[in-house]
Write a new protein. Structure first.
Length: 369
C-alpha cells in the first residue's frame, strides 16, 4: 500500500509503498477515506529530542484522525463488521480486557499501541489496522471528512466535560485552531452564556464565530483581559488554553478570576515556566486534559448525525498522496488553513468512496476465507 512516511526531523514526508496491514483476531483493516492533519503531527515531524519530545523513528506513519471503510476483520469479530461498513475509531489498540480498556480509556492501557506515534502505523496510508473494540459506525448523515473530525471534536468535548461548564457561565478560549474551535462549539452546546475566542488571525476568528463563539478578540491588536471583561461584565470564570505554546498557560492563569477554572487543552511540546503564585493567590483550579474517552466519540457522532453540532467551519480542503507532503509542510506555517485532509482514495466519501472500496476489496490480502 501507499503511505506517507516520516524521514527525519524537519524533512518532508515521503510517499512510499509498504506492506499492507494484517488484522489480528480482534482487529479490523480499514480503507482510509479521509485523515486529518493534526497539529501534534506537525510538531512531532520537527521534534529532534532536544525539547523533551522523543523524535519519531525513520519510516513512521502518522495520522490519527480518520474515517474509513472496513475491508477485513479478524476471526473473532468478522460477523459484527461486514465489509463496506463506514467507520471511525479511537486511535489506540489496547488489550481490551483491563479496567482502562473496558471503561473507554484504551489510550491509558498499559499495553496500548497508539496509532501514528511511531511503532503502530497510523492513517496517512491507504489502509490502517484498528481495534474492533474502539471502532464506531458512521451514519449516512456523517460523511468521511466529517467522520475524520470526530477525533478533534472529541478532544474538545472531553475538555469541556472536565471544565464542568454550568449553564450561563462565561468561557474564554485561547486559540482558534481545531481544538479551540471544538471547545467553542461544545461550550455553546452545553449552555455557556458568552463563548469568547481570542486569536491573532482574522480568518481563524471568523471560523470560531461559525463554530459557536459569541464574541471574538484579535489577540494581536486587542487587550484580551480587558476586552473579555468588557464582553462578559467581568473576567470569564473558565479559561481554556488551546494554544499549547510556552507562556500560554501563564496567560490563562493571568486572565482567570479569583476561584476561576483553567483548563490546559493545548499540547505544549516544549519546556515551559509558570509563576505559581498567580494561581495560588486566586485559588484557581487548574486541570490538564488529555484526549478523550470512548463515550466522547459516541456522543460526538450522534450529535453530528443529528445536526446539533457541525465541524464544517473547520474543514479547509483535501489532497491526495501526490500533494500531501507539500500540504503537510505548508501547514507548519499557514495561518489561514485549519483542517486539511489526506484522501488516499481520491474522494471524500459517498459513491466515490464505495467505488474505490470496490477496487481494494479485490486484494487477496483482504479476502475472507
Amino acid at each position: 500500500m501507499k503511505a506517507a512516511l516520516f524521514d527525519a526531523p524537519g524533512r518532508p514526508l515521503t510517499i512510499e509503498t509498504i506492506p499492507d496491514p494484517a488484522p489480528g483476531p480482534e482487529d479490523l483493516i480499514l480503507q482510509v477515506n479521509a485523515c486529518g492533519i493534526c497539529g501534534s503531527d506537525l510538531h512531532l515531524a520537527d521534534a529532534d529530542g532536544s525539547r523533551g519530545m522523543p523524535p519519531l523513528p525513520h519510516g513512521a506513519v502518522m495520522g490519527h484522525e480518520f474515517a474509513g471503510t472496513v475491508v477485513a476483520a479478524g476471526a473473532a469479530v468478522r460477523d459484527a463488521w461486514p465489509d463496506g461498513t463506514r467507520v471511525t475509531a479511537l486511535p489506540a489498540i489496547g488489550c481490551g480486557r483491563c479496567l482502562q480498556c473496558l471503561s473507554g480509556a484504551s489510550g491509558r492501557c498499559a499495553a496500548a499501541q497508539l496509532l501514528g506515534l511511531g511503532v503502530h502505523p497510523g492513517a496517512y496510508a491507504q489502509f490502517v489496522r484498528v481495534a474492533a473494540l474502539e471502532t464506531m459506525r458512521l451514519p449516512e448523515e456523517v460523511d468521511d471528512r466529517t467522520g475524520a473530525t470526530v477525533e478533534p471534536l472529541a478532544v474538545g468535548l472531553h475538555a469541556v466535560h472536565v471544565a464542568r461548564i454550568a449553564r450561563g457561565e462565561d468561557v474564554l478560549v485561547l486559540g482558534a485552531g481545531p481544538i479551540g474551535l471544538a471547545v467553542a462549539a461544545w461550550s455553546a452546546f452545553f449552555g455557556a452564556r458568552h463563548v469568547i475566542v481570542s486569536d491573532p488571525v482574522a480568518s481563524r476568528l471568523e471560523r470560531a464565530s461559525r463554530m459557536g463563539a459569541t464574541a471574538t478578540i484579535d489577540a494581536g491588536s486587542e487587550d484580551v483581559a480587558q476586552r473579555s471583561r468588557a464582553i462578559a461584565g467581568g473576567a470569564p470564570r473558565i479559561v481554556v488554553d488551546c494554544v499549547g505554546l510556552p507562556g500560554t498557560q501563564q496567560l490563562a492563569m493571568n486572565y482567570a478570576p479569583v476561584e476561576g477554572r483553567v483548563i490546559v487543552a493545548g499540547v505544549c511540546m516544549e519546556y515551559d515556566r509558570v509563576l505559581p503564585v498567580r494561581a495560588i493567590v486566586k485559588e484557581l483550579q487548574v486541570n490538564y486534559v488529555f484526549a478523550y474517552r470512548r463515550p466522547d466519540f459516541a456522543f460526538t457522532i450522534d450529535m453530528l448525525a443529528a445536526g446539533r453540532i457541525s465541524s464544517a467551519p473547520m474543514q479547509s480542503g483535501s489532497v491526495g498522496f501526490e500533494d500531501f507532503p507539500p500540504a503537510f509542510e505548508a501547514l507548519k506555517t499557514s495561518k489561514s488553513e485549519c483542517k486539511v485532509f489526506l484522501e488516499p482514495q481520491g474522494s471524500a466519501g459517498g459513491a466515490a468512496a464505495k467505488s474505490s472500496f470496490g477496487l481494494w476489496s479485490g486484494n487477496p490480502r483482504f479476502q475472507r476465507p
